[in-house]
Design a protein around this ligand. Structure first.
Ligand code: SAM
Length: 413
């Protein structure tokens, strides 16, 4: 039952190229499974996509030249995932997969059976070439591995790619508008202290959103590295702040907490449906010093003639720092990733115009692609000599078992 659902979700994902979490939630919402069953489906689906290139490498020779339907491929891939990563016995994998395949006809059942029996007999050795080996072993496309090597070197790339296969910590930020971190850790002893950020707490025992602490607004789900940008900006109480790309509001709420709900934050996001997410979040967290706008922040300098003490630009990016959580990003087209660079630049130019003299801008992304980070800032600084780089930090995903992130604090003279 669980594997059948997992194969269906994967088929949906491969056919429609939808977001994995959307395909998963759509199916799980009406599946008659208990929580354990749903967790198992989630592990199978995410695990298969996380290790897709390795599994396809194993499958490739066994299906070469055959016409394989998308559903059959999905069932084979999830079965191989069970074999290589979940350590399910071979006979159990084959029996269940054949039973599932029989519903599609005897031919499908025979095909699945034959391929799996062959697959279990021998594992195809990894490529000899170092770069190809990282690509197959960690399921990162070759172009991405080459890009990381160019930017970080071979050893660092290996560590990044291996870290992307690990399950990241479940992390939250203590909402200091409602409770201190010390009090929180006393009251909720199943949370432990974070490793990187001052207000971070880790909870590896289940879904944070289901905890009492979350429902009461004492915490909000936020990776440790994503807690750095607001801290870098560190807005004074009673100051004016612009949060240019705000949804779903995690960093807005952090800024408000640092300002102790004083001053004022203008929050923008491009999408109407995401505005609702910001509202929901800040209401739960007791934030009262914001105005939320639906708008395009690349046009703000033409639309408003106000200047701000502090600006947070936590903009759209390729997401190469969050591959452990969103493995499907690995298979996005490399050209699409580069299309985001001019958009980031436009947003930065708007931040520049809207920043007061002596004001500060934080530019942050959840990618580790230097073209979107260090290089972006380098060319921005060349264009604007009155801007100074005060602090810059890249967190790679293996360092703190967190998302990869880039944060840069700039000040205007
Ligand atoms: C990385 S997310 C922001 C996360 C947010 N700062 C937080 O901490 O919760 C980037 C956001 O930028 C928004 N966005 C993309 N292009 C935009 C634009 N031109 N103007 C305003 N928002 C934009 C996206 O809708 C997305 O919500």
């Amino acid at each position: 039952m669980e594997k059948q659902i997992a194969a269906k979700i994967l088929t949906d994902y491969f056919k429609k190229k939808t977001y994995l979490n959307i395909a998963l939630n759509k199916e799980l919402n009406h599946a008659s499974l208990n929580r354990q069953g749903k967790n198992r489906v989630t592990v199978m689906v995410y695990g298969t996509i996380q290790n897709l290139l390795f599994l396809e490498y194993q499958l490739h020779d066994l299906i070469q030249g055959k016409h394989v339907k998308v559903y059959e491929r999905s069932l084979l891939l999830v079965s191989l995932y069970e074999y290589y990563y979940m350590h399910v016995p071979e006979y159990a994998i084959a029996d269940e997969s054949v039973k599932i395949a029989k519903k599609k006809g005897q031919r499908t059942a025979g095909f699945i059976n034959a391929v799996l029996r062959h697959a279990f007999k021998s594992q195809k050795p990894l490529p000899d070439d170092d770069i190809e080996k990282i690509s197959v072993e960690t399921s990162h496309p070759l172009w991405m591995v080459k890009m990381f090597i160019k930017q970080y070197g071979l050893e660092e790339t290996r560590r990044i790619c291996l870290a992307n296969l690990q399950i990241p910590n479940r992390t939250a930020r203590v909402n200091t508008l409602k409770i201190t971190k010390e009090q929180f850790l006393k009251d909720y002893s199943d949370f432990k202290e974070g490793l990187l950020s001052e207000d971070a707490v880790i909870y590896n025992q289940g879904n944070i959103a289901h905890t009492e602490a979350f429902k009461k607004g004492f915490i909000t789900i936020q990776d440790e590295s994503s807690q750095l940008p607001a801290k870098f900006l560190n807005p004074r109480e009673n100051s004016t702040v612009l949060d240019m790309c705000g949804a779903p509001g995690s960093k807005t709420a952090h800024l408000a907490a640092l300002m102790n709900n004083t001053g004022h934050i203008d929050v923008y996001d491009l999408y109407e449906h995401k505005i609702e997410l910001i509202k929901k979040n800040i209401t739960r967290l007791g934030v009262t010093n914001t105005t939320i706008h639906c708008g395009d922040s690349t046009l703000l300098n033409e639309q408003i003639n106000k200047k701000y003490d502090y600006i947070l630009l936590d903009g759209p990016c390729s997401g190469l720092g969050v591959l452990a959580r969103k493995p499907e990003i690995k298979y996005h087209d490399s050209r699409v990733m580069d299309e985001i660079i001019p958009l980031q630049l436009k947003l930065l130019e708007n931040a520049y115009v809207l920043c007061k003299n002596s004001g500060s801008i934080v530019y942050s992304t959840c990618t580790i692609n230097k073209k979107e980070n260090e290089k972006q800032i380098e060319s921005f600084l060349l264009k604007h000599p009155d801007m100074k780089k005060k602090k810059e930090l890249t967190i790679l995903p293996y360092m703190y078992h967190s998302d990869g992130f880039y944060v840069c604090l700039l000040e205007k003279e």
